[in-house]
Design a protein around this ligand. Sequence first.
Ligand SMILES: Cc1cc2nc3c(=O)[nH]c(=O)nc-3n(C[C@H](O)[C@H](O)[C@H](O)COP(=O)(O)OP(=O)(O)OC[C@H]3O[C@@H](n4cnc5c(N)ncnc54)[C@H](O)[C@@H]3O)c2cc1C
Length: 392
Amino acid sequence: MKKQILIAGGGIGGLAAALASSRAGWPVQLLERTREFGEVGAGIQMGPNVVRVLHDWGLGVELARVAAFPDMLRVRNADSGEELGRLMLGERSRTLYGAPYATIHRADIHKLLLAAVQQHTDAELHMGQWVESFHEGDDGVHLHTLDGLELEGQALIGADGLWSTVRHLLLNDDAPRVTGHLAYRALIAQRDLPGYLRSQQVTVWLGPNLHVVQYPVRRGHWLNVVAIVHGQVNGEVDDWDHETHASDLQDAMGETCNKLQDLISAIPNWRLWALCDRPPMTSARQQAQGRVALLGDAAHPMRPYMAQGAGMAIEDAACLQTLLKDPDMPMDKRLERYAQQRWRRNARVQARSIRNGQIFHASGLVRWGRDLSMNLLGQRLLDVPWLYRGPN
Ligand SMILES: Cc1cc2nc3c(=O)[nH]c(=O)nc-3n(C[C@H](O)[C@H](O)[C@H](O)COP(=O)(O)OP(=O)(O)OC[C@H]3O[C@@H](n4cnc5c(N)ncnc54)[C@H](O)[C@@H]3O)c2cc1C
């Protein structure tokens, strides 16, 4: 059996896993179902817990070339525009957590990881290869793709996302659940916005049954905006992604303050996603069994209300690297330890993401209590030391 690691999926999680495995000294074969990489046009936030991993991988300079590093997160009332609380990021994040808070275009972090894999590793990337099945023998894992490619390796990492085939074959559990939340996403060049709508901070607008998050990407030249509302979609939600317009989002949001309305209408084109997740993990066996491990959304798809889905995928990869480095441990033991070290933290972030959604979208008395506590406690309420200090 070849001494190599097989990875299904070439998203942020799969590429991070390829880099981590190679850094631990393992040859890698990565299989991606699409013929060309094409990340969606949207941004992601990366807390200092994630940026620290990228720094450890020597990617700090590349990151600084493409990301933005906001110095503040402000929470505002979506109806009145009034500020409810703020969290200092920038220098505070560097001092307390050893790395800045970054915001980045998805395509930029994907490209950055891909370049690192291509330049610093011997990983082989097989594009247009849809992992269809695998079976585990005594000495390793054999994998088959729809196109008839067969590969073998010491372990298989399923980093094949929300609708993971590897997960289905490994756990045979239910499909992801539809959350009833819809995400409208858009990017706009800051120069195309009037001055009063441009921003270099993270702003979160909270309203009943909705919230909107905006932050800079591409060194602050672009603004990413995500609006979450409640609603259902018709038909299949698998890979559900539609073009839509500002007017549809405005109808879905109803009355909000002028500045937020202006921001939404200043951006003509939006894309709409139906959000799905899984309940928080309940055991290590949901993250690895034998020589097969899950990583990223395949293991723990979450609502984006902690902005940590991709972050947890990158943390998973960093943990895998540590265990793959150990020269003596049998592979199933390494993956068992990986799962033991990761599942509780992943479950906690999944659970907290659900709770954040409830708090963000609260109405009535709960909303009143939330606003009051944010006014009184501000930074203490918005900071998440257990998360940002992690993973260990
Ligand atoms: C609205 C929204 C906002 C978000 N904001 C943030 C944020 O601010 N911060 C953050 O950290 N996260 C955020 N996330 C979450 C983040 O996008 C995901 O957690 C992350 O992209 C998961 O990466 P992944 O590599 O695990 O999965 P994916 O990105 O889904 O990649 C899976 C890859 O596997 C491939 N694949 C699938 N099946 C197969 C197969 N059978 N064989 C071979 N290849 C296969 C796919 O083509 C794909 O390339 C957000 C998500 C949403 C929806």
